[in-house]
Design a protein around this ligand. Sequence first.
Ligand code: FPP
Length: 225
Amino acid sequence: MDGNGRWAKQRGRPRTFGHAEGVEALRRTVEAAGDLGIEYLTVFGFSTENWRRPAEEINALFDLLRLYVSRDLDKLAREGVRVRIIGERVGLQSDILRIVEEAEAKTRHNTRFNLTIAFNYGGQDEIARAARRIAEEVAGGRLAPQDITVERFGSFLDTCELPMPDLLIRTSGEARLSNFMLWQAAYAEFVFSDVLWPDFDKDALSASIAEFHRRERRFGGHGAE
Ligand code: FPP
């Protein structure tokens, strides 16, 4: 959800104002994705590298997660949305952990739409955590090294319940992955949109999906000849 800072700067407002508008864009996008028949949406809300930002901005981002869940959880639960939060939980404040667990528990049986929020998430960190758990399984004699296949490795990732992403949208004109879903993005189609996240809406999502449909996906094989 990139571009909040620049969006705010263009308006002479603090970066946190852009993040707050980013939550409105998130609301719109969840709604729009459901309308467009998408079943899985994962958004990047806070990265393991975002700890390098000033404390004031970090606190504002955590407050926005609190605000979003407290305002929207009931509605999401009613509308059949299953909420998941991926990322490192160790080190998160206890009230944030409670919020995350409540959001997941309350929507556990929902199947209409899957909203995943990556929070304190880094792709490298996720892979390292998975490797550590796999090493523990091997050390405990519960897993044989030869059984560590791509599929088995994937089952140790935060995204073990999610399909591989088809489309990865990066907003605000940036053209890098920034540690998002490194493993999972293996065959995702990338769409780079110039729209700053607070301006993201159904039209921007539809345009990205239209671009996705123009791509020919080969998954390493050859196309129809
Ligand atoms: C990147 O834009 C955005 C973030 C680091 C935070 C995104 C978070 C939200 C939209 C709200 C968080 C809340 C929930 C509910 C997950 P940037 O700040 O890097 O903008 P810039 O590239 O223009 O500086």
